[in-house]
Design a protein around this ligand. Structure first.
Ligand code: GAL
Length: 681
């Protein structure tokens, strides 16, 4: 693993696909790139057909020309391998390599992401192209990083081809060693699925009714493993020739069937793609989740924002354009949360094809546009923030994020389709974002030392070992806060022996007797310290053992019964919220859990995001005003753009961003001066 950062200062740039344009346009492009301060572009991801024109026949002439041109202009290259879109000749020769869906449909050519990761022909082809590229460009002075494939797992992560079935059997043999172990883990006595031969086991393809969820979960794990093996094969092929860091672009909070905790171990630098959800009026919160998750995947080390958009995308139902300044706010929010490079899809907008309505750094209307002016301005800003590079973000709160648990929860026949992990994650994250309490994400098996508070908004699946890890965290003095439907099943998706939540029963000091989902649209209320709070979708019949009841159900399926409990265990505290609590209730519970945990954070006016990074060059606060109205902040230091001392209080205009080099006497921003409730309301 190499951790050399590829670029001096903050990286800035985007995906660049000049093969879509005449050669003369490339010269204009580099002129505009220089004007914008672009220093890093990703190239080659979609150019397999132009590089390997027939099996084993290579044409590097245009790529040689491109890399030389970029290098002459001082623009570094993140060189992509084009393996997410094999050429037409490949599918003509190896039609069996196509992805087969659960319904048995072999997906066609003319798109991308349509190859089976288990196809032997594909595995051979990716190593050949990756090796050829690495052999040729390992020492090219423009190439500072390698970018393998594109967004593994998207748009499809599972393949049900014959090759996949064979590989699945091999994977299962390795995992279980014996059929007895597999039969036990999958509970194959249910619906008469008992296996007597490995050859009888298939992929969990579409069947008349619901397919065994343990089998489906294992198939999801297997599919993730196959994709990762493809990455590793390419990475190692590159590494045989080249020393630059190797990445592949994640989509951290999309969970497209890739367990990114495992992937993060395999890359030299973590990079992420993030696109705003246009339908979300507070999309900056979703962005913050993605950025915090990416930083966490990177183990706290700096990471690369490899793709976001200058304005609207093309693939949502309503592709809302970004408002003036929004692109910079998004970029700086990523930077604040640990990104040391800010890149976009893409440098020049495509005239042809599927993505022609996607925004770009150089839009269709050219340089004399709002977007290009904002791109140039952002380049200037980032150019002044070189000292921030390498600094890190500190968090006292961790949220559990477990891709496998999410896959399992998404399978069929759960108690209610209305309870989703993504929605709960966002609902519980929001009050922390509004309060500027920085959050890391962790897997429940991770070392939790150093965190004061661990939040589990959606930990449906939990192994016994991971439950013991959480219990030890509490016993040592940590605060644990869990939402409903926690630890229902073990890592085989089997209900825990002893019932739901059983391995955490002593931690929370409760037993869960029954899940009580509500009818669609029904709501209920809980009473907490005399105030009524709304909830919906879900209730649970819980029995306090050692826990104290903090809130009771007023109505719903179990009026008068405990709804929220708090248990002291060892040196710590564990909260359990047995319903899908609404925003106000969550805010109140979070306030109390934060107090239990002794977590503090800087106070800012509503809508102002404030994150601090600290490193060898000092501490830096990034303040972003997401509202249209001015706000005032108490900070002490120097404005990194104007180099002037900032006034106290600092007035930050509506929509504006300020980056402050904090004075060493005031490096910490953690003095709350108003109550949590005032702040979040
Ligand atoms: C990403 C993909 C890019 C581009 C972009 C458009 O998921 O990696 O190649 O398609 O979406 O938003």
């Amino acid at each position: 693993m190499t951790t050399t950062w590829p670029i001096p200062g903050i990286g800035y740039g985007g995906d660049y696909n000049p093969e879509q344009w005449p050669r003369a346009t490339w010269d204009d492009d580099v002129t505009l790139m220089r004007q914008a301060g672009i220093n890093l572009v990703s190239v080659g991801m979609w150019a397999w057909a132009l590089i390997e024109t027939d099996e084993g026949v290579f044409d590097f002439s245009w790529l040689d020309d491109l890399l030389d041109l970029l290098h002459r202009n001082g623009i570094a290259v993140d060189l992509g391998t084009p393996t997410a879109a094999p050429p037409a000749w490949f599918f003509a020769k190896y039609p069996e390599s196509r992805v087969v869906t659960r319904d048995g449909v072999a997906l066609g050519f003319g798109s991308r992401g349509m190859v089976s990761p288990s196809s032997p022909a594909y595995r051979e082809a990716i190593v050949r192209i990756a090796s050829a590229l690495a052999e040729r460009y390992a020492h090219h002075p423009a190439v500072v990083m390698w970018h393998v494939h594109n967004e593994y797992g998207a748009p499809v992560s599972e393949c049900y081809s014959h090759a996949s079935v064979l590989a699945f059997r091999t994977w299962l043999r390795e995992k279980y060693q014996s059929l007895d172990a597999l039969n036990h883990a999958w509970g194959t006595t249910v619906w008469g699925q008992h296996y007597t031969s490995w050859e009888h086991i298939g992929a969990p393809a579409a069947a008349p009714s619901v397919v065994n969820p343990s089998q489906r979960l294992d198939f999801a794990r297997f599919s993730d493993h196959q994709l990762r093996q493809c990455f590793i094969a390419e990475r190692d092929a590159i590494r045989a020739h080249a020393a630059q860091p190797i990445t592949t672009n994640f989509m951290a909070n999309q969970h497209w069937g890739v367990n990114l905790w495992e992937w993060a171990r395999e890359v030299d630098i973590v990079s992420d793609d993030h696109y705003l959800v246009a339908a979300d009026p507070e999309a900056e919160i979703g962005l913050a989740i993605a950025a915090d998750l990416t930083r966490s995947l990177a183990g706290g080390r700096p990471w690369i924002m490899l793709e976001h958009s200058t304005s609207g995308v093309n693939w949502q139902e309503r592709n809302v354009a970004k408002r003036p300044g929004e692109m910079a706010r998004n970029s700086m929010a990523h930077l604040a949360r640990g990104a040391d490079a800010i890149c976009f899809f893409q440098v020049r907008g495509a005239r042809w094809g599927q993505e022609k309505f996607h925004s770009a750094m150089i839009p269709h209307a050219g340089r004399d546009t709002r977007i290009f002016r904002e791109v140039v301005a952002l380049g200037e800003t980032l150019g002044q923030l070189g000292d921030v590079r390498g600094s890190t973000v500190h968090a006292e709160v961790a949220f559990l994020w477990d891709f496998e648990s999410m896959w399992a929860q998404d399978l069929e026949w759960r108690p209610s389709v209305d309870l989703g992990h993504k929605e709960r994650m966002r609902a519980w994250y929001e009050p922390f974002w509004r309060r500027n309490i920085t959050v890391d994400f962790v897997h429940p098996s991770h070392d939790l030392t150093g965190y004061r508070l661990v939040v589990a908004p959606a930990q449906y699946l939990l192994s016994k070992a991971d439950a013991a890890n959480l219990d030890a965290f509490v016993a040592r003095g940590g605060t644990l806060l869990a939402s409903c439907f926690t630890a229902a099943v073990d890592d085989n998706d089997a209900v825990h022996e002893g019932g739901y939540l059983a391995p955490l029963s002593e931690t929370f000091g409760i037993r869960v007797h029954e899940y009580l989902p509500l009818r669609q649209g029904d709501a209920l209320r809980v009473a907490l310290e005399g105030t009524h709070y709304g909830a919906d979708v879900w209730a649970e019949d819980i029995e306090p053992l050692s826990a104290q009841t903090v809130a009771t159900y007023i109505d719903g399926p179990v009026p008068g019964a405990p709804a929220i409990t708090r248990n002291t265990r060892g040196e710590g505290v564990a909260w359990y919220v047995s319903t899908r609590l609404g925003t106000e209730g969550i805010t109140t519970v979070v306030e109390q859990a934060v107090t239990d945990a002794g977590v503090s954070a800087p106070v800012t006016p509503p809508g102002v995001e404030l994150v601090t990074r600290t490193g060898d060059n000092g501490s830096f606060a990034v303040a972003i005003n997401h509202r249209d109205t001015p706000a005032e902040l108490q900070l002490h230091g120097t404005d990194m753009i104007t180099n002037l001392p900032i006034p106290t209080p600092l007035r930050i205009d509506g929509g504006a961003i300020v980056v402050v080099r904090l004075t060493p006497e005031h490096p910490s921003l953690s003095t709350p001066t108003e109550s949590f409730m005032e702040r979040t309301n």
